[in-house]
Design a protein around this ligand. Structure first.
Ligand code: SF4
Length: 367
């Protein structure tokens, strides 16, 4: 017994007897359940899955271009290509950045994300990935959002499946969950995404998982979505996960409104607060349970202290050092550099056992 407030106790019993939580159960957890009870329940589930071990990865983000023709209402990063600060990195600039971070910080994962730049075709990506793999075989390439993959496949007249195969053959190891946001069509249209892009996200992920390319799952909350949209989003991911077990982790990250159209038009005035962040972490843990064992803490948008609390509310992966990230600073929010010794220290402060991992969640070192 967790000493939880009812009816959360009932949900816990329902799960323990092997029954799935349904959409209404999840909406209840979003709208009514006591936050601290949710946190206790989520942490107890995590303790059963991975105990006190909490992983992290030494990584950098390569935002190779900010030119994008999608122009989402929630994005402050994109440029049309006409502005002075529009950019596209050359192959040599890409390698130079990676060399610096590999030599100075021993990165094991390269998270590659940019805009949907209409001037780029499959060759740019396969050339970049193979050059990176040849020079840095120890670094796992975790690359491209479903929007980028969808655009490449349309431009090259290839199926998603074949596009992913070509990318994987050239060195892509896994796919981040970017582009997931909230999968519901109504919400996506209001966010400036095509109505079918939620289904497309699921299809790209399924085609990747079918051929053994693993990925992460994400959700962006704290904008115009309702609790039911989030409940459906989580259940769609769970359904796909039960088919292929292809998701390695789940990250819920809160929308940063600064310098976005959603903020400019007054649709979103305030960013989600800490309580909302912790509620989303805890609910994700509870819904995914053992089916998707790794829940990330998402320190980047919330800071180190919230990163610690997220772990206490059920997360078991800190995420990465995220050197050189450019998307969040575009909103005006300052993001400092985080070295791995800070992560280790932050985890030890809350009684966790830090584990450095690689891109595919294999153990590199226990601390
Ligand atoms: S979120 Fe991605 S796809 Fe949307 S405008 Fe920004 S860079 Fe482009």
């Amino acid at each position: 017994m967790l000493g939880l407030a009812d009816p959360l106790e009932d949900l816990f019993q329902k799960m323990n007897s092997g029954e799935d939580l349904d959409e209404d159960d999840i909406v209840y957890m979003y709208d009514m359940a006591d936050l601290m009870s949710l946190g206790r329940m989520a942490r107890s589930l995590t303790d059963r899955i991975t105990g006190r071990y909490t992983s992290f990865v030494s990584n950098m983000i390569l935002n190779y271009t900010n030119i994008c023709n999608v122009r989402c209402n929630f994005c402050a990063f994109y440029r049309t290509g006409k502005e002075d600060d529009s950019y596209l990195l050359s192959g040599e600039q890409v390698l130079e950045k990676i060399r610096y971070h590999y030599e100075n910080f021993g990165i094991r994962q390269l998270l590659i994300q940019g805009g949907v730049n209409p001037s780029l075709g499959l060759d740019y990506y396969t050339g970049m990935f193979s050059a990176i793999r040849d020079e840095f075989p120890e670094i796992g390439i975790h690359g491209l959002s479903t929007s980028e993959i969808s655009f490449i496949s349309k431009k090259e007249k290839l199926s998603f499946y074949d596009t992913i195969s070509a990318l994987a053959e050239s060195g892509l190891e896994s796919i981040p969950g970017a582009g997931g946001e909230i999968l519901s069509s109504d919400v996506r249209v209001k966010l400036g995404r095509p109505a079918n892009s939620g289904d497309e996200w699921l299809k790209v992920m399924e085609d990747a998982h079918r051929q053994g390319v693993r990925s992460s799952a994400t959700m962006m909350f704290g904008h115009i979505e309702q609790s039911r949209d989030k409940a459906r989003h989580l259940l769609s991911i769970l359904e796909l996960q039960r088919k292929y077990k292809g998701f390695m982790s789940f990250t819920a990250w809160n929308f940063e409104p600064g310098r976005t159209k959603l903020e400019e038009t007054g649709q979103v005035k305030y960013r989600a607060g800490g309580a909302d962040v912790l509620r989303n972490i805890a609910i994700a843990r509870i819904v995914f349970n053992k089916d998707l064992p790794v829940i990330q803490s998402s320190w980047l948008t919330n800071g180190l202290e919230m990163g610690q609390l997220a772990v206490l509310f059920g997360a078991n992966d800190w995420g990465g050092t995220i050197y050189d990230e450019k998307v969040i600073p575009a909103t005006g929010k300052q993001v400092g550099n985080l070295r791995k010794d800070f992560i280790i220290n932050n985890l030890k402060q809350i009684g966790m056992s830090p584990v450095e991992r690689d891109n595919l969640y294999r153990v590199v070192k226990y601390y």
